[in-house]
Design a protein around this ligand. Structure first.
Ligand code: ADP
Ligand code: MG
Length: 268
């Protein structure tokens, strides 16, 4: 039985920022995502957890546009974005973690952040009116100011003139998160930001999530249970491509099905 705390808390005034409806993704005969419904509301910090192979990255890819779902719908602020390419979704305010390859190693940390800030400043005319429009005269200053702000937020001010390729893995992930923030997103989507990090780097990234991203509307996919329990308003548990439970951290922690499928199992 799925836990449905969010239904009790439902506030009709607070529309879903992101809404996935009956999302299914098949790879050949294999059903990686099976009829997934997910609503992320304004200001909500939602985490998605689940065992390896549960379909978390497939879900992330369908939401961000890297994969086309076999069936189902993805809406952002009520608008159907299911068939839109990833960059269009970013322009509309769906900030996602960029692939490593979009960090330009031959450019400085600052130049990387500035490019990301600029990429949305130029497209602002085509995104919802409540988001701030830049006029041509203040665009440059705004981009510079946003760049400085982001460098401070991600704690890479000291490294801002270094080549991005000179960064250690953990700093590189922080830069990737910075590139997301630079696009001034309404929703931030991150897939396992601590993956592949040593314990010190993991700790720095956890602090970054807790300090910088906690106030964002977030969809975080993460295997670090302690982080997820600490920072989430709501947790969705995926198992074998299906939503096993959705609820507050407290409810998820005491859910028997979740215990069996995940928490009680072998941790990564
Ligand atoms: P998670 O991120 O939860 O570990 P994934 O979404 O990466 O899980 O994978 C879910 C399942 O779908 C796994 O069994 C994986 O092998 C399979 N899968 C993912 N991507 C593909 C693909 N491109 N082709 C075939 N199978 C895939
Ligand atoms: Mg994954």
């Amino acid at each position: 039985m799925a836990v449905t705390d969010t239904a009790d808390d439902f506030d009709p005034e607070n529309e879903a920022v992101l809404q996935a409806t009956e999302l299914t993704k098949q790879f050949g005969d294999f059903v990686a995502l099976d009829d997934v419904d997910l609503d992320v509301r304004d200001g909500e910090f939602r985490s998605v957890i689940g065992p390896n192979g549960a379909g978390k990255t497939t879900l992330f890819n369908c939401l961000t546009g890297a994969l086309k779902p076999t069936s189902g719908t993805v809406r952002f602020r009520g608008e159907d974005v299911t068939r839109l390419p990833p960059n269009e979704r970013v322009r509309r305010g769906m900030g996602r973690s960029f692939q490593i390859s979009t960090v330009f190693g031959g450019l400085s940390v600052r130049e990387n952040v500035r490019l990301a800030a600029q990429s949305v400043a130029e497209g602002k005319g085509q995104i919802p009116i409540h988001r701030k429009l830049f006029s041509p005269t203040d665009r440059f200053e705004s981009v510079e100011a946003r760049t400085d702000e982001v460098l401070a937020e991600i704690g890479l001010e000291e490294r801002s003139d270094d080549y991005a390729r000179a960064l250690a893995h953990g700093d590189r992930r922080r830069l990737e998160i910075g590139l997301v923030l630079a696009t001034d997103p309404e929703l931030v989507l991150l897939d396992e930001p601590t993956a592949g990090m040593g314990s010190e780097e993991t700790q720095r990234t956890i602090s970054l999530v807790e300090e910088v991203l906690a106030d964002q509307t977030m969809l975080l996919i993460e295997h670090d249970i302690d982080l997820v329990m600490n920072v989430s308003d709501t947790i969705t548990v995926l198992n074998r491509g299906q939503v096993l439970a959705t609820g507050t951290p407290e409810r998820i922690a005491e859910n028997d099905d979740v215990q069996q499928a995940y928490l009680g199992g072998v941790r990564e």
